[in-house]
Design a protein around this ligand. Sequence first.
Ligand code: C5P
Length: 232
Amino acid sequence: MKKDVIIALDFPTLETTIEFLEKFGDEKLFVKVGMELYLQNGPVVLEKIKKLGHKIFLDLKLHDIPNTVYEATKGLAKFDVDILTVHGAGGYEMLKAAKDGMLAGGSEDTKVIAITQLTSTSEKMIKEEQLINVSLNESVINYAKLAKKANLDGVVSSAWEAQLILENCGKDFLKVTPGIRLETDEIGDQKRVATPEIAAEKGSTHIVVGRSITKAKNPRAIYDLIQEQFNK
Ligand code: C5P
């Protein structure tokens, strides 16, 4: 089955988002709505994108006390998004509350997945800023196992850790990997970047691509190229 390339719709307004989506004609996409778009425009974004027939990855990276996260996901359930993110660092009880809230809200189909370590985080940062004394890989695996134990459907990591997650959490556990760059791209603020081919090799189930597509002269052509490379 063809694996999805999720396009990160990191735009400030609904108008610029729709204008971008129009470049893809009638094609049904899997898109990521993150904090930039959602926080400035609200749930209307989800309704509009759903109506256009696209799948939605709602990347809100929830991180709060378990009760607050439970109530938030219970409320978000009505939007019936395909994937929602929460932060693994919130801990076991919070992760479990996120999934329980989604189920209590009536959305059995929404996959709830945990951020392990952001793809903009380096080994040096986890040592010096987070004071974590294990390797970045170990930290990612720790969060992946915690997410699995809490009944979550998968995790977000860089492509470089996807294989380890596969070995530790199995084939059906989602491995969603941002930080994707083509050989010719700028890296920007990301640290643990990989090409679509590497992501496929390592076992990513979905890749998330923002600027490589959204800032391209011909987004459609780059999207097709990335899809081809990820599904080679
Ligand atoms: O433009 P770029 O391809 O770097 O965008 C990556 C997208 O994936 C951004 O929207 C970012 O918020 C998101 N993301 C990430 N790393 C994570 C989780 C989400 O880069 N661990």
